[in-house]
Design a protein around this ligand. Structure first.
Ligand code: HEM
Length: 200
């Protein structure tokens, strides 16, 4: 492929992916506007934003293996954007809970988070994501040096907590959390395998 054409293709890919990342939110807004969020709109909002939080976390983790397997180094430029979208959707997910589920009743929220293990785990994952979002800029990357990489390895733990949070809240059918867990296990396994072979 002509290198100039390839460069332009990658340049247009970024805004397109940015728009693509906003589509789940646009779809939810559309459903809300049409009054099609189902019998329990708060539950639908909570579930859909939760699903997209986990999907964006896994997509972020999939970038490095995809880059290594395909040799497309430019894929790396999407990692930060996808990670920030994960944070964006988790923030929406939390906002749905705080505003529509608990109506900002802080004492009820604190009691709920302490009492229900799936909320404790989800909340811990959210808190851990905050420093990653704050330090996601190039400036912070430079300033933190090697510690930046160490800090950002937390994303694996966050994804594990996200899957655990999902598995814990599901009452009967574990197939979806198991599917996400399987994808995460493959991504973690790939990383381990590279380390074991000494190529990481
Ligand atoms: C990284 C952080 C988090 C991730 C990845 C995540 C992901 C998810 C997922 C995948 C679901 C299930 C969606 C479905 O059933 O289709 C869910 C549900 C839910 N999450 Fe989270 N979540 C996170 C943090 C939080 C936090 C901080 C809270 C609130 C303190 C929270 C509260 C809830 C609630 C209330 C539900 C719905 C439970 C139900 O209706 O049965 N989550 N979340």
């Amino acid at each position: 492929m002509n290198p100039d054409f390839a460069r332009r293709l990658w340049l247009t890919a970024k805004p397109l992916i940015f728009i693509g990342c906003l589509l789940p939110l646009a779809w939810l807004c559309w459903l809300a506007w049409q009054g099609q969020l189902g019998a329990n709109p708060v539950e639908t909002l909570s579930h859909r934003t939760g699903d997209w939080s986990l999907r964006f976390l896994l997509l972020t983790l999939a970038i490095t293996p995809a880059r290594r397997l395909t040799g497309w180094n430019r894929l790396q430029q999407f990692r930060r954007m996808l990670g920030l979208f994960a944070f964006f959707y988790v923030s929406l997910h939390l906002a749905v809970y705080l505003i529509f589920d608990q109506f900002f009743d802080w004492s009820a929220i604190a009691a709920d988070v302490v009492k229900r293990p799936y909320l404790t785990v989800g909340f811990a994952a959210f808190l851990l994501l905050i420093p990653l979002a704050i330090t996601s800029t190039r400036g912070m990357m430079k300033r933190l040096g090697k510690n930046w990489q160490r800090l950002h390895r937390l994303v694996y733990l966050i994804a594990v907590l996200g899957v655990l949070h999902y598995a814990w809240l599901v009452k009967a059918d574990l197939s979806e959390p198991l599917l996400y867990g399987g994808v995460l296990a493959m991504l973690l396994g790939y990383r381990r395998w590279r380390r074991w072979r000494g190529v990481c």
